[in-house]
Design a protein around this ligand. Sequence first.
Ligand code: 5RP
Length: 242
Amino acid sequence: MTHINSSNPANFISPGAPPLTQDQLKTLVGQAALQYVVPGEIVGVGTGSTVNKFIDALATMKDQIKGAVSSSVASTERLLALGIPVFDSNEVSHLSVYIDGADEIDGHGNMVKGGGAALTREKIVAAQSAKFVCIADESKLVQTLGKFPLPVEVIPMATQRVMAQFAAKGGTANVRLKDGKPLVTDNGQHIIDVTGLQIADPLAFEAEVSQWPGVVTVGVFAFQRAQVCLLGTATGVKTLTF
Ligand code: 5RP
């Protein structure tokens, strides 16, 4: 992992300034991500509160891009409300860059994602993109994945079986609820969140769990890891490259 501080002076925090809130750090990295957007092209757009800041910043250069491929209904609605055209993933063969947040990222660019329940479409758009730029505040940087509950999108009839498979690995799985009922994803499926895991080998873990019957998507992003992370820190935006 290489660390460099952003060369953009706007991304430095002056010494003695009051510490930025997590929300301000998200705004900073959302704006910093604009430097990776390729003029004249379509950009891949993730989901979440950090990405919302990116979408707001993207609106300032909407006349310079063709539009976006979106990873969720929520991001699509925000993009369209700001006048940014949204393309179906199937209409676009290749994206130069995908910008998205993460729940955790390690020193190799492996991530846990899915806190916003959009992991399946996020993985699809990431897979069609040449570069994944992760935007996050520094609370998301971890040594080993597993601190944040691991989201897994499952076909409802497989929920109990998949939960039992995680229990055999030492994890504890819970069905994610919304208004007292299982949350239903944009794809009509459910999410389980698994705690108690230490994911020392993210690639092997993702490969294994992805094959369990009924698993739609596991929230480990190792095959679609980040190449760049723009990390919001007390001293400004740090650029990590992997
Ligand atoms: C949504 C995601 C998000 O990228 C992740 O949850 C981070 O979100 P936030 O920027 O709100 O912290 O994976 O499914």
